[in-house]
Design a binder for this molecule. Structure first.
Ligand code: PMP
Length: 948
């Protein structure tokens, strides 16, 4: 259903896909939702999520359906606004009776009707503020008339505190006092109202309710509205409730009210309420399923008394039978002034919300200003009424059943928790709302689980596993991703609870075993796994010196291919390349990863560096695709995020590994990096050149042809500049992209200019190869030939073409077949996969393939034992320090990539500023090679093809 992503939920659909939750249900009945699989077979899914609490009677309850059919046949009016609504009245009457009975109170309620939970909460808050406003207006009037009574005839006695509050001088006149008091009063009465709520609360996602919802993601972006909600922690609740009247000083306010006493006018404090209401869910649902305990309930009741504010019991989720009562407040003794019901009240069919307002808290007139098009509609009210009656029929039979089933859940889930105390932190709930909180897996031996923890998606991943693997539907709490929440129907069968607990116990075992593969497998279509394998690491994680490293450096890497995940997390060894690719490609909704401590790397001079990877879990191929589409914003952002994190983790330098240098335009797209940045390109080139030179030391280089594939690129061009002129001839090969030839020519001109300046202007000694050939040819050039010419390189090219037309010096090409006659081929292209065909390569040629991934595949290399392959750019660490085996990729013990080594060296040198940043120069290559030598970082063994 692509249009859902296109037109409804572009981002969220990506998350659903990554979790295997991208299913379209076409039918729902009882405890099941049904979808059709790829063979059009109907698959039943046991629904324990239950519409986030809305389907207490299950889906499409037959009992209610029969009623609805009748109401439709009777042509029940839906839109008969502004008339006397009988079904609304009957529902209100019934709810009034039940609420009074259940809460053991005598006063009646007034009911407001709405369509959703959040709308109902808004109405409750609005009504509370309506009442507060009426009280403040009355107080304002009282104050105005008291102030008006002040006259010059009576002595006005003000204390120092009062003068200060009113900003009055000692000898202020009566008129001045009156003015100051009026302004003070108005100012105080205009104080913004405060809402009280609890930590972990959830009250909806409309403007005000979102601001009363604890989860920061729901309200942070609304902070400029400056809605004043105070979220009380358990400790604060306890503290404020224990303060008695003093709590008013924290939350409420007061006026100075003039009054006559002994023929003098004095000012007395008149308190008034700033707190509009105290919102309370007796069982917090979205926030992580936290039933309030009796201590907390007592504290809320006390604080309400002191502050004089109404308590709004948000029973949107906990009420309507969910906890075995019409309102869960009644069972725990919450003394509420408002009860808000919604969700299950609609019997799984209609959208209805109801606000029950105690008569004492209701201010007449509110009913006139409050209405909504759909509120009080006859159809919804009749259905809700049937639902309420159904719950209470046969001496509250269904409500009792809720409690019984709840006991079964409690027993079974607690037993599971006892079996896996290392996995399940706590089981909480009541009636038919239960939450299982999982321990944080940030320190699991599975790197995938660690990342799942960092992304706050453990509960979502478990939900995906249960859905794809066991056809059980659950979801985590919106604000507590480690809590799996279940809210089944009252018709759930005991056997179905067993089925759920059994599936969950397998998940627990897999988490204990650090077996992320087992958990992810069903989402990748692998459904045959029945038991998890223990992947806990037995060896000590990594030799970590006792003392801290002298410096910390960071390195941003990415997956060369998805198959690399098998090493990173051995539990992923069960997956094929295709499955891993599917996993990586569908996991882009959240790219947060945990830093990976890869190595302690020591300099030959004694200092050491802690080298940490900040991985980007995308493959070279995916990055290449983004490059082609010029869609780099997201990846660049992720790189910026990692650099900021690396800086705050105390790293002094950060290396941009592999394609991350390319997508950041060699670092230039980064947004004000706070630490040294390098692409590592200078050392990559330096070490690569050294490797090549070493391996051709016994050949006559001055008579050889060299091809540089990717010769217009940053690395290829410097190779060409430093190395090319020692060869007889050089071919710079570029991609087929438009403009590539032009770039190659620019490199060529630059080299010509260099040769001219070094050997003809500065008279440096020439040994052989291109440099000598060109220098010899240019020596015939008239002395003033280049004078006044803007581009020396271009002019030299002209000159050589004109005067030596039969000779080839530097040739530029977009044809990869031109490597055919070359003795040495340097591969420095940024292709996302191997593309060089081995048949084209000359007999006994040397290929220096510094591209990652390689341009020449390992399989191809094996076909040609005659050619010598150099995987340039690999550095030997001075003390044979290695990366953690899980992230070594092509590297062996004691080896690191040159770009990594450059980052390490910048750390060791305490280098300030960026190093290889933007295009590198030959001088930088020479400088970093000097630094490398100083710290004893050397070229690693040159790899022959046989050793690859
Ligand atoms: N209050 C509570 C306690 C809720 O659980 C919810 C919904 N999860 C709401 C309010 C908001 O209800 P709605 O989604 O119908 O707006």
């Amino acid at each position: 259903m692509e249009s859902y992503a296109t037109f409804c939920k572009p981002q969220l659909t990506r998350a659903l896909i990554s979790l295997g939750l991208n299913i379209t249900y076409h039918r729902a009945a009882g405890n099941f939702l049904y979808y059709k699989d790829e063979n059009d077979k109907e698959i039943p899914v046991l629904d324990l999520l239950g519409g986030y609490g809305a389907t207490l009677l299950g889906h499409n309850s037959p009992f209610i359906r029969e009623k609805i059919k009748r109401y439709l046949d009777e042509e029940t009016p839906v839109h008969n606004q502004f008339s006397i609504k009988k079904p609304a009245a009957l529902l209100a009457e019934r709810l009034n009776e039940l609420l009074k009975e259940e809460t053991g109170t005598h006063s009646d309620f007034i009911f407001c009707f709405a369509s959703t939970g959040a709308e109902s909460i808004e109405i409750a808050l609005k009504s509370a503020e309506f009442t507060r406003n009426a009280q403040l207006e009355e107080l304002g009037q009282e104050a105005i008339s008291a102030i008006a009574k002040i006259s010059g005839g009576k002595e006005i006695v003000l204390t120092g505190e009062q003068r200060q509050d009113l900003q009055l001088e000692e000898n202020a006149s009566a008129e001045e006092i009156k003015l100051a008091l009026s302004a003070f009063t108005q100012n105080r009465l205009d104080t913004k109202p405060t809402f009280l709520a609890l930590e972990n609360s959830f009250h909806g996602k409309t403007m005000i309710t979102a601001n009363c919802t604890y989860g920061a993601m729901y309200r942070h972006y609304l902070r400029r509205m400056k809605i004043d909600t105070h979220f009380l922690s358990s400790e604060e609740l306890n503290e404020f409730a224990g303060m008695g009247e003093k709590a008013n000083d924290v939350f409420n306010s007061w006026l100075w009210l003039p009054q006559e006493e002994n023929n003098q006018i004095i000012l007395t404090k008149k308190p008034f309420r700033v707190v509009t209401a105290f919102l309370v869910e007796p069982i917090q649902g979205e926030g992580g399923v936290y039933p309030l305990n009796t201590g907390q309930i007592g504290e809320i009741n006390r604080l309400k008394q002191v502050l004089g504010c109404p308590v709004i019991a948000d029973e949107v989720q906990s009420g309507s039978g969910r906890c075995g009562f019409l309102v869960a407040s009644s069972d725990v003794g919450l003394d509420a002034d408002y009860y808000v019901l919604s969700k299950a009240l609609g019997a799984g069919y209609v959208k209805i919300g109801v606000v029950a307002i105690r008569q004492e808290s209701f201010t007449p007139g509110f009913d006139v200003i409050q209405s909504s098009t759909f509120g009080e509609d006859d159809l919804s009210c009749r259905i809700a009424h049937d639902f309420v009656n159904f719950l209470h029929a046969d001496q509250r039979h269904l409500l009792k059943k809720v409690t019984q089933l709840g006991e079964e859940f409690k027993t079974q889930l607690n037993a599971l928790q006892e079996q896996y105390p290392d996995v399940i932190r706590e089981v909480r709930g009541k009636g038919l709302i239960w939450g299982m909180e999982f321990h944080d897996v940030t320190h699991s031996d599975s790197y995938i689980l660690q990342n799942i923890a960092v992304q706050g998606s453990l509960g979502y991943v478990i939900s995906g596993h249960l859905l794809c693997g066991s056809h059980i539907r659950v979801a985590p709490s919106g604000s507590a991703a480690n809590v799996i929440r279940v809210e089944p129907s009252v018709f759930l069968e005991i056997e179905q609870i067993h089925r759920f607990v059994e599936a969950l116990s397998k998940v627990c075992l897999a988490i204990r075993h650090a077996d992320a593969g087992f958990i992810i497998a069903p989402m990748l279509g692998k459904k045959d796994l029945t038991i998890s394998t223990d992947h806990r690491r037995v060896e000590s994680p990594q030799h970590d010196d006792d003392k801290e490293a002298d410096y910390k450096v960071a390195f941003i890497n990415h997956l060369i291919s998805a198959s690399g995940l098998r090493e990173v997390d051995p539990s992923f060894g069960i997956f094929s390349d295709e499955e891993l690719t599917l996993f990586v490609e569908s996991s882009t909704f959240n790219l947060a990863t945990k830093p990976f401590k890869a190595a302690r790397i020591r300099s030959g001079n004694g200092k050491s560096v802690e080298f940490t990877l900040y991985p980007l879990t995308v493959t070279s191929k995916m990055i290449k695709k983004s490059l082609e589409k010029n869609d780099l914003g997201r990846l660049r952002h992720e790189i910026d995020v990692r650099i900021t994190q690396a800086a705050s983790d105390g790293n002094v330098a950060v290396g941009l590994g592999m394609f991350t240098s390319i997508i950041t335009n060699n670092g230039k797209s980064l947004k004000n990096p706070p630490i040294s940045v390098t692409t590592g390109n200078a050392l990559t080139v330096g070490i690569g050149i050294e490797a090549l030179q070493k391996s051709i030391a016994d050949r006559d280089i001055a008579n050889m042809r060299i091809a540089i594939v990717g010769g217009a690129g940053n690395i290829g061009s410097v190779y060409a500049e430093i190395l090319g002129s020692q060869f007889q001839e050089m071919i710079l090969i570029g991609s087929s992209n438009h403009g590539s030839l032009k770039k190659l020519d620019t490199v060529k001109y630059h080299i010509y200019k260099n040769i001219y300046e070094q050997f003809l202007v500065n008279r440096m000694p020439v040994t052989g190869g291109l440099a000598k050939r060109i220098a010899d040819c240019l020596s015939t050039m008239p002395i003033d030939y280049l004078i006044g010419k803007a581009n020396v390189g271009v002019e030299i090219d002209h000159y050589l073409n004109q005067h030596y037309p039969t000779q080839t010096f530097i040739h530029t090409s977009q044809n990869i077949s031109d490597i055919e006659d070359c003795d040495v081929i340097v591969c420095a292209s940024n292709a996302s996969e191997a593309f060089l065909s081995v048949e084209k390569i000359k007999n006994r040629a040397i290929v220096c393939d510094i591209s990652v991934p390689h341009n020449l595949s390992d399989e191809d290399v094996l076909k040609r034992p005659d050619i010598k392959i150099l995987r340039g750019g690999i550095v030997q660490t001075p003390n044979n320090d290695s990366l953690d085996a899980r992230v070594r990729a092509y590297l062996k013990e004691g080896q690191i990539y040159a770009c990594m080594a450059e980052t390490v060296l910048l750390g060791l040198e305490e280098y300030k500023g960026n190093f290889s940043y933007g295009n590198i120069t030959a001088d930088q290559v020479i400088d970093i090679m000097t630094i490398a030598r100083k710290h004893h970082f050397t070229l690693s063994d040159i790899k022959e093809n046989s050793s690859l």
